[in-house]
Design a protein around this ligand. Structure first.
Ligand code: C5P
Length: 239
């Protein structure tokens, strides 16, 4: 998955105090719902410098690596502590190192990748809204709601062509873990979202609206930080 970074915005003023905070978007939804495609479309339409895409896949716990029959669709499969500390740092404009996950071996690769502080962070994953502390870090929550038959067909194609699986294995895993976990852990988080996007990436109207909102939030924040900087320069109370 591509990382969209191109340098580092000025996060700290000459006194070393933080001068802004990134806008964090959470993107949840079932497996193969089109989360990554929606994220890419948002990034493209946003057209702002320094947007970073953080994927939950990077945070699968390592110790389950060898398990063939493991439930990768359970909240316990993810390292939420690492996700939270990573997101906190990124929001403060700090660079982070994140693990790279290999779906063919079910384990982390040796190398880690570096992500740099950005104006906008898009955090995507099936359990994006499954943790209370994590939810509080997200400034906007989007749920991609794609029909389960479409998700299954996409997942079959993707897992066979990209993740080294066979048809029987994908169907078995889907019935045993993916579908029940979607019903139990993922679908119920839809009510926590600010926006639900039916059909995923095909919904260009929803993507336009999301982009408009992010733009207006960035403007508003910039104004707020600028005012605060001005106030502190004049040693009066920030607004
Ligand atoms: O990209 P997507 O959001 O679909 O990735 C999440 C899915 O990856 C989960 O539904 C999980 O079943 C699957 N997965 C897997 N094998 C792993 C790790 C995750 O099939 N080793």
């Amino acid at each position: 998955r591509t990382i969209y970074t191109a340098g580092r915005p000025p996060w700290y003023n000459e006194h070393g105090t933080q001068s802004k905070e990134a806008f964090a978007i959470g993107l949840g939804g079932g497996s193969a719902s089109g989360k990554t495609t929606v994220a890419r479309m948002i990034i493209e339409a946003l057209d702002v410098p320094w947007v970073v895409l953080l994927s939950m896949d990077s945070f699968y716990k390592q110790e389950q690596a060898a398990h063939n029959n493991f439930n990768f669709d359970h909240p316990d499969a993810f390292d939420f502590d690492l996700i939270i500390s990573t997101l906190k740092k990124l929001k403060q404009g700090k660079s982070v190192k994140v693990p790279i996950y290999d779906f063919t071996t079910h384990s982390r690769k040796k190398d880690w990748k570096t992500l740099y502080g950005a104006n906008v962070i898009i955090f995507e994953g099936i359990m994006a809204f499954a943790d209370k502390t994590l939810l509080e870090l997200l400034d906007m929550k989007i749920f991609v709601d794609t029909d389960s038959d479409i998700r299954l067909v996409r997942r079959l194609r993707r897992d066979i062509s990209e993740r080294g699986r066979d048809i029987e294995g994908v169907i078995k895993q889907y019935n045993k873990f993916v579908k029940p976990s979607f019903d139990q852990y993922i679908q119920p988080t839809m009510r926590l979202a600010d926006i639900v996007v039916p059909r995923g990436s095909g919904n260009t109207v929803a993507i336009d609206l999301i982009v408009q909102h992010v733009h207006s939030q960035l403007e508003e924040r910039k104004l707020r930080w600028d005012m605060a900087a001005l106030a502190s320069a004049h040693q009066c109370h920030p607004l």
